[in-house]
Design a protein around this ligand. Structure first.
Ligand SMILES: C[S@@+](CC[C@H](N)C(=O)[O-])C[C@H]1O[C@@H](n2cnc3c(N)ncnc32)[C@H](O)[C@@H]1O
Length: 219
């Protein structure tokens, strides 16, 4: 798995710059996968859900609609611009009162132990450097209740590497700020963090493998 050389400050600045136009560039495949992954988590009315790397708030909106007036949603993003975009979307949808937004790093969550029934990451886990992936997943394990669900959709690294993955990784190494997501061993990192794998599904995104994984937090 390739390492990430961009700093958090660079990531924040880069997503801030993109926050106004991000939705114009998000492709149909990405949207489809994020919706599929959300559906696989089976979030129910009244539950508490968290999204790390909430971007412009599409999934936060869906989560807020699903948990309903008796549920709660938390959104965390490192970019103030993305948090502002999420806030705007939720306000427009009349859902802001169900959602608490935090500008912060997913590697240190401002939530209590066992506070959430479900946690979600869409094309965000692969932005964390390799040694930090267990830290983020450990934080999610901490804030989930025993039996809580973690849903991840991410670019996936699978052997033998396809030509497309080799080209993509080559581009990532040369243009790490532009091609910032890199494929990771999604199922393996979730399992290694102590989650029981309840679901794992392979998909393709522009010829790149992507994977939707649902892990269950152990008590
Ligand atoms: C590729 S975008 C995906 C956005 C959204 N999840 C989606 O699928 O449309 C990654 C998001 O993660 C956020 N992000 C990057 N590094 C982060 C970190 N260390 N902690 C929290 N959020 C982070 C970025 O600001 C950005 O909004």
């Amino acid at each position: 798995m390739l390492r990430v050389h961009r700093t958090k400050a660079q990531a924040r600045a880069s997503y801030d710059r993109m926050s106004g136009s991000y939705d114009l560039f998000a492709g149909a495949f990405e949207k489809r996968l994020r919706n599929l992954a959300l559906a696989r988590m089976d979030v129910a009315p009244g539950e508490t859900a968290l999204e790390i790397g909430c971007g412009t708030g599409h999934c936060l909106q869906q989560l807020a609609e699903t948990v309903g007036p008796d549920g709660r949603v938390y959104g965390v993003d490192i970019s103030p611009g993305m948090v502002a975009a999420s806030r705007k979307r939720l306000a427009r949808a009349g859902l802001l009162e169900r959602v608490t937004l935090y500008r912060g790093d997913g590697a240190g969550l401002p939530l209590d132990d066992g506070q959430c029934d479900a946690a979600f990451m869409s094309f965000t886990l692969e932005l964390f450097d390799t040694p930090e992936i267990p830290v983020v997943l450990g934080e999610i394990g901490r804030v989930l209740k025993p039996g809580g669900r973690l849903g991840v959709v991410s670019l996936a690294r699978e052997e033998p590497l396809s030509t497309m993955v080799r080209v993509y990784e080559w581009l990532h190494q040369r243009l790490p700020r532009l091609i910032d997501c890199r494929p990771i061993y999604v199922e393996q990192v979730v399992a290694a963090a102590g989650f029981r794998i309840a679901h794992s599904e392979r998909e393709g995104l522009w010829g790149l493998p992507a994977r939707i994984v649902v892990g269950i937090a152990r008590g």
